[in-house]
Ligand binder design. Structure first.
Ligand SMILES: NCCCNCCCCCC(=O)CS
Ligand SMILES: [Zn+2]
Length: 664
């Protein structure tokens, strides 16, 4: 299934007609450069174009009052003076004779997108719209927004498709207070927003944008605010909040639909956000949401005022929605102090509502909420970031790297008598192994593992790896007689200098992995049921689940809160996923793991499985081919020991691995 793209140039046909410094950045060019970048890059041709439509009155009334709608209806007939007058009653927004028409098209586009996804016409999609929506409220326009496009879409999805749970992720740099007000008492809509806050000193300067606004009444726990109290947040800060706050809750919430308030003023260069996250971060933020709700994801444009980073960020988002390989994110050095405080506050505020956050630490000693008056230290910190550093015009950043699709997506190396799963390309060619390597293999295993066809298997395995690292093949599945032996070979014989770092993810445990480099060329994360003695090195991290890999709750927690942050920091060139026989991992969890691991190494994942486990080749192939993983249904409460052990493991490792930090 494809990716929908909604765009109508009619929505470029309104603009600011008078002088207002607060509004001058919201220009038609925002939409034009975004769409043109998609056209120029060839991405628009790969999308399924869905026409915009006007939202009807009843659809708009799902969120807004009749009084407000009737008032806005009058604006097309207003004189310039009337429009100015009318605008004065709202904040930081402007009206124009054509903005009502465009606002209906913006909301209608979001609804068209929901229809396309919910009817299965497409898997996911994006609506490029203006005016944005997330600041507009029941009876008021605000922050360039007239109708709340995403809030209307959420209510529409519930009403028309009986969607039970909607996750709204707002990665725009402003707090979508309009969305929060809409759903704060509604447990069927989980609203997550991060936003520039600076202890309530940043627009819209609301006390209720802080982390302690967790929702009301039955909606308590279903509103998550992560305030950024400093500017200059980077990729590490964003990924940490996804891994340690949003994703655990999102997986526990298990939404039927994901809506994204896709504002790109959180990207580097934006005059509003003044952040430093690069456009390719949106490739990963999108990817990390794509295995929720069976892949049903609707992104709706909100803000974004630097025309260069906006266009790049939109392209990064669309390319991921289309399933292209992800760019590697280099040198993630962990969240900054302020970000850690914010995520620690958000986690502790929500630990009573979400079992996946149950073991979150207490809030930091320095209470960062608004009650806290800015200290001299913070003032000094701010001046530290010299004025010119903070100005955004001077900001430069590299073009996002090209994300090339390999000619072959998924290859397989299988015994001749095993049928190749649909979609996979069987690799039968193999270069002859150097005799030296053959003898090494033979004398390494005196077992039958490396008899005649065993050598063939290994030579094909090495051929496959070579094709992965040169991006001829994206990922692969290999069936071997003995996975532990095969893993040793791969890890030890990886001579290719194209592979500087290999992330080995071991699911289940047969025996100790006796081969661990300390030079950092290999990072092994082993998830199993057995407690292994103290972890051996920075590069061998055993995670113990009391009830073993069949405990999906514990497993997904370990993946989100430990494996993902580690993987991002380690930034491997190859991921080796080893399924030990008898691991007991649940199929949907296995597919989720493969899906999430695609975020590393440009998707170069090599799955090693034992021949006697060929029954789960089908689901493995499906995940490798990029099909969304099935939702993890009815997750049990994680085992307390496991949750607690994971927290302690993170605390112990965070000295070596900065991305594991969740406490200041
Ligand atoms: N009143 C002092 C100046 C404050 N600037 C207001 C900017 C509103 C931004 C809204 C937006 O970007 C939607 S995503
Ligand atoms: Zn914004």
């Amino acid at each position: 299934m494809g990716t929908a793209l909604l765009y109508d140039e009619e929505m470029t046909k309104y603009k600011l007609l008078w002088v207002d410094p607060a509004c001058k950045i919201e220009v038609p060019e925002r939409l034009i450069v975004s769409y043109e970048a998609l056209v120029r890059s060839g991405l628009s041709d790969r999308c399924i174009s869905i026409p915009a439509r006007e939202a009807s009155d009843s659809e708009i009334l799902l969120v807004h009052s009749e009084l407000y709608l009737e008032a806005v209806k009058k604006t097309p007939y207003m004189t310039l003076e009337d429009l100015k007058e009318f605008t004065l009653q709202f904040g930081d927004v402007y009206f124009h004779p054509n903005i009502y028409h465009c606002a209906k098209l913006a909301s209608g586009s979001a609804l068209q997108l929901v229809d396309s996804v919910m009817t299965g016409k497409v898997r996911n999609g994006i609506a490029l719209v203006r005016p944005p929506g997330h600041h507009s409220m029941h009876g008021a326009a605000n922050g360039f927004c007239v109708f709340n496009n995403v809030a209307i879409a959420a209510r529409y999805a519930k009403q028309k498709y009986g969607v039970k749970r909607v996750l709204i992720v707002d990665w725009d740099i402003h707090h979508g207070q309009g969305v929060q007000y809409c759903f704060e008492d509604d447990p069927s809509v989980l609203y997550f927003s991060w936003h520039r806050y600076e202890h309530q000193n940043f627009w819209p300067n609301l006390r209720e944008s802080d982390y302690d606004s967790v929702g009301k009444e039955s909606g308590a726990g279903f509103n998550i605010n992560v305030p950024w109290n400093n500017v200059g947040m980077e990729n590490s800060d964003y990924l940490s909040v996804f891994c340690h706050v949003l994703l655990p809750v999102a997986y526990e919430f298990c939404p039927d639909l994901v809506l994204v308030c896709a504002g790109f003023d959180s990207a580097i260069g934006d005059p509003e956000g003044e952040m430093c996250a690069t456009p390719d971060i949106f490739a990963h933020l999108t990817h990390l949401l794509m295995n929720l709700a069976g892949g049903k994801l609707c992104a709706v444009l909100e803000g974004g005022y630097n025309l260069t980073s906006l266009a790049q960020s939109v392209c990064q988002t669309v390319q991921t929605l289309l399933g292209d390989p992800l760019p590697q994110l280099a040198n993630l050095r962990g969240p900054c102090k302020s970000a850690i405080e914010s995520l620690q506050c958000a986690r502790s505020a929500h630990r009573r509502y979400w079992s996946f956050l149950k073991h979150a630490a207490d809030p930091p000693m320095t209470d960062i909420s608004t009650k806290h008056v800015k200290s001299a230290m913070e003032e000094e910190e701010k001046t530290e970031m010299a004025e010119e550093e903070r100005c955004t015009e001077g900001k430069v950043w590299p073009e996002p790297p090209e994300r090339l699709c390999p000619p072959v997506c998924s290859a397989s190396v299988l015994p001749d008598d095993v049928a190749c799963p649909d979609g996979l390309k069987r690799l039968s060619s193999s270069k002859d192994l150097e005799p030296l390597l053959v003898s090494k293999l033979k004398n390494r295993f005196r077992t039958a593992a490396v008899d005649g066809d065993g050598v063939t298997t290994f030579s094909r395995l090495y051929t496959l790896i070579e094709k992965l690292v040169v991006n001829e093949i994206r990922n692969g599945l290999v069936l071997v007689p003995d996975v532990a032996a095969a893993m040793m070979c791969v890890v030890q014989d990886l001579t290719s200098d194209l592979v500087k770092r290999v992330l080995v993810v071991c699911v289940g445990k047969e025996k100790e992995l006796d081969y661990i480099t300390t030079d950092g060329k290999v990072l092994v994360v082993q998830i199993s049921s057995e407690d292994s003695e103290e972890q051996r090195s920075k590069y061998y991290i055993p995670v113990c689940l009391k009830k073993g890999c069949s405990d999906t709750s514990g497993f997904i927690q370990a993946v989100l809160g430990l494996l993902l942050p580690l993987g991002y920091e380690y930034n491997p060139d190859l991921v080796l996923l080893v399924r030990m026989p008898g691991s007991g991992v649940v199929d949907s969890m296995w597919q989720q793991l493969i899906g999430l691991l695609q975020g590393f190494a440009k998707g170069h994942t090599l799955v090693l499985m034992q021949v006697n486990e060929k029954a789960c080749m089908g689901s493995t192939a499906s995940a490798l081919l990029g099909h969304p993983a099935p939702p993890l249904q009815d997750l049990q409460t994680p085992f307390p020991e496991d949750g607690d052990a994971l927290e302690r493991l993170r605390e112990r490792l965070q000295a070596d691995w900065k991305m594991l930090q969740t406490t200041s």
